[in-house]
Design a protein around this ligand. Sequence first.
Ligand SMILES: C[S@@+](CC[C@H](N)C(=O)[O-])C[C@H]1O[C@@H](n2cnc3c(N)ncnc32)[C@H](O)[C@@H]1O
Length: 250
Amino acid sequence: MPPSRHFLPWEINHLKRFSIDPSSISADNHSPVEYLSGFAEFKQTYFKVNQHTLIPRIETEQIVDLSTSHLRELRLNPISILDLGCGSGVIGITLAKYLLENTTASTHLTLADISPQALDVAKENSSTHLKSPHLKLFLQQSNLFDQIPSQKFHVIVANLPYIPSNNISKLDPSVKNYEPLQALDGGETGTELINKALSKIPQYLHPQGIAIFEIDDTHSISSFLTLQSLAVSLKNDEFGIGRFLILQLK
Ligand SMILES: C[S@@+](CC[C@H](N)C(=O)[O-])C[C@H]1O[C@@H](n2cnc3c(N)ncnc32)[C@H](O)[C@@H]1O
């Protein structure tokens, strides 16, 4: 019998929750526990994940809160949401679930990703977590906005890859050896994909809407494209790090 892997207490709890015996995992298996169980937690809810989807990070949860506080003031019906680079779908699904449970508005949710395999996972998570006659769900394989039909969204959320290509090799082995490169690599400076997406925001954002992009802690507002029609601000994450670009039409 090969020696079994040493786990941290939270990892043991995670595995046991999914009836996996930690001692059955050998020491040479370094996979994140979320890929071993096939589930990751996001805002107290478990979502399916696999090797085609990023494991959602805790700081990303704040995008949901930033979106709901904006929408609360507007009282819209219907509410249309785009989650661009949705991966497992955690941001868009959690936001839509909150709206369906706490408002009477119809919710139109578009989950978009360049990876068809990630979209399959997002589809499964949508059927598990979103069961409401007030929901209209659209799953769209798309390179950024290229295949998104022309329309105006009230909320656009995007956690696109933002790690500079040269920094990928410096990531922890549990990230670089297991999480999909397509979910991590943001090009030479890590801003390429976000800048391309930003250039389309004026075309897709509703006049009362908000767009929220997660960014790397090495980036600041000046790292990104400036557009005359957009007001841009930077919001800190819960660790006090500038993490979210907030965009609204002027
Ligand atoms: C950092 S992951 C975020 C996943 C999920 N939104 C989350 O927060 O956990 C980035 C996602 O963007 C997708 N992606 C990468 N390039 C893209 C592109 N050009 N157009 C659309 N999606 C893209 C990846 O497949 C991946 O699912």
